[in-house]
Design a protein around this ligand. Sequence first.
Ligand code: ADP
Ligand code: ASP
Ligand code: MG
Length: 298
Amino acid sequence: MRVLKFGGTSVGSVEGLLNIKKIVSESEDQLIVVVSALSGVTNTLVEMTRMATAGDTGYEAMLPDLVKRHEDIINSVVPRESRLSCMKVVNTFVNESLTGSLGMLIANESLTPEWHDAIADAIVSHGEILSSAIVSLMLKNSKPHFAPAFIHTTDDDEGRVVDWDSTERHVLKEFVGDMTRVHVVQGFIAADSQTGVKTTLGRGGSDYTAAILAAILRADALEIWTDVDGFYDSDPRTHPEARLIERMTYEQAQRLCDNGAKVIYPPTIAPVAMRGIDVWVKNTFNLDAPGTLIAGHN
Ligand code: ADP
Ligand code: ASP
Ligand code: MG
């Protein structure tokens, strides 16, 4: 079994999504496909949250564009027979659930900071809920899952952390013995293990969701599919001289991530390193590129 995580640019364009379909259909392994929100959508949801918190209803004018962005994609990648139900999911989540949550923030002075943050997390969760609906309907016969049912967080002295006991128990219950070949899971979104209130794993956290699943389910590999050919010695977008690293150790990867290499969210490495699971960084837009292998030894 392999865990494949597709980032925002991969799920945010027709080309990326069609390549995801190709990658999944060419594999015979059991796969867990973890998806981010469409590129830019989490930022939009964060901005809407800021506006609603400030009492600015201007976010309402942004909602039709959000629906349209998803509908355009649905029309290009979702099989004809599933399009209507996919559009319905998008419309319901945006016009009822998202609009309702944003409305709770408007001029609500009685909100405690804790409740404000819980509503903000519920708002940003919509990005992954919408993208996962598209990906699961695009990948026929795949099984959709709801990450907050098994990715659980708790609060300790350091702030919000993964509740590994609860997460392990629930992940095993969700996946062990299920022989479905392709599973689809939202990255980034989680729930508090005590209260069930929605939480997130932090910006860029979809990589971490994938690593948590790979570690608990002892996956054969974790694949981080993104928009560059692999892990470079510096950001290839800002450093044209950056060199691709074909193979690196977990320690080297951790060091680069801690120093700001945003290609992998820093907490991702530890759980897979602990179990010796190979991590590949690969390009959804260049399927021939071999990518970078992160493993125990160089
Ligand atoms: P995704 O949406 O797929 O999670 P991210 O934007 O989070 O993608 O990460 C991919 C980006 O990370 C690349 O587009 C690249 O600009 C940036 N990046 C920064 N440092 C590195 C690095 N050392 N190697 C590769 N990419 C890097
Ligand atoms: N969608 C979330 C973000 O933009 C999580 C992720 O993409 O990994 O931060
Ligand atoms: Mg990322």
